[in-house]
Design a binder for this molecule. Structure first.
Ligand code: NAP
Length: 311
């Protein structure tokens, strides 16, 4: 960060943030995209993305995100790493406190995305990295030829279960209902895969471990109340996501689940601050919807800046 004053600052470097960055830079706005850890967002932890148009046969999530980044660079987007601690609304300007340093801009695009939800079972935090994981692409290869479980019934759980069959001797997909929420094509693949066994109507009651890490789990059938023990060496938790919006608490209106209240036009409760991608209230969380949001937010920011200049 050589300068401290920008037209637009984008918080978050996932598909929404990068698209906003591409559009804003292409509109010749002085734009900075800030990322806390790793540019690319959720698709960096995804295997094959099959529903991003233009790539018949699919493309690996990280490869697609690298292409997004290259595209942003082409239009001169400035990016930097830093944690945004606070956003202050001063009316026509906004101040961001980033790792203790002040940056200012006329418009902010919040594209902070989501993080995987915890299961909230006793012992879970202590077993992270010792058998418990929230990312199959990151940790899957550590579980070669051993039995593992995936918890959840959505697209992420289904994709992770399928991916993990490359390594594990057996994958038990544990779901609390008798029907998956995942899209039909994934359900069909799960059914056709001999390495995946379903544990329907089941919840994780207990994690069993020794000094080496996770060794098993106790599952409870929610219909019969029966419990059974499953020997495992790995558990991948994919029970949904939570929005990363703590930094705007008290500044922007959020819904009961913490998502920033913003419609299709990405306008938040504060003029000049826009919310794009998975961190806003929306009905679909996809790369394609995040990309659409990023484009809209950048155009909204551009209009806002134009209006400020003419007021
Ligand atoms: P999700 O769709 O919200 O699914 C979460 C799953 O976890 C549900 O099956 C839910 O059960 C279960 N669950 C929630 N809390 C639980 C608990 N405490 N114990 C046990 N199970 C629990 O989350 P996601 O799969 O992470 O997906 C998030 C979003 O990203 C979705 O919109 C999804 O479509 C999208 N996504 C898309 C793709 C793709 O298009 N390729 C890939 C990944 C994710 P219930 O079903 O009973 O509620």
């Amino acid at each position: 960060m050589s300068d401290t004053t920008y037209d637009v600052i984008i918080v978050g470097g996932g598909p929404a943030g990068m698209t906003a960055g591409l559009y804003a830079s292409r509109a010749r706005l002085k734009t900075l995209m800030l990322e806390k850890m790793m540019i690319g967002g959720q698709p960096m932890t995804t295997t094959r993305v099959e529903n991003w148009p233009g790539y018949p046969g699919g493309i690996e999530g990280p490869e697609l995100m690298m292409k997004f980044q290259e595209h942003c660079v082409e239009f001169g987007l400035e990016t930097d790493y830093g944690t945004v601690e606070k956003i202050i609304d001063n009316g026509s300007s906004k101040t961001l406190i980033v790792d203790g340093k002040e940056l200012s801009c006329q418009a902010v695009i919040v594209a902070t995305g989501v993080i995987p939800r915890k299961l909230r079972v006793e012992g879970e935090p202590a077993l992270v990295g010792r058998g418990v994981s929230y990312c199959a692409t990151c940790d899957g290869a550590f579980f070669r030829d051993v039995p593992i479980a995936v918890i959840g019934g959505g697209d992420t759980a289904a994709e992770e279960a399928l991916y993990l069959t490359r390594f594990a001797s057996k994958v038990t997909l544990v779901h609390r209902r008798d029907q998956l929420r995942a899209t039909k094509i994934l359900q069909d693949r799960i059914e056709a895969n001999d390495k995946i066994e379903m544990a329907w109507d089941s919840l994780v009651e207990e994690l069993i471990s020794d000094n080496s890490g996770l060794t098993g789990t106790v599952l409870r059938n929610v219909k019969t109340d029966e419990t059974r023990q499953l020997d495992l060496q790995g558990m991948f938790i994919a029970v949904g996501v939570n929005p990363i919006t703590d930094l705007v608490a008290g500044l922007l209106e959020r819904d009961d689940n913490g998502y920033i209240k913003a419609g299709e036009n990405t306008h938040t409760s504060v003029p000049g601050i826009y919310a794009a991608g998975d961190c806003r209230t929306n009905i679909l969380k996809q790369i394609s919807t995040a990309v659409g949001d990023g484009a809209v937010a950048a155009i909204m920011a551009e209009k806002h800046i134009e209006e400020l200049q003419h007021s």
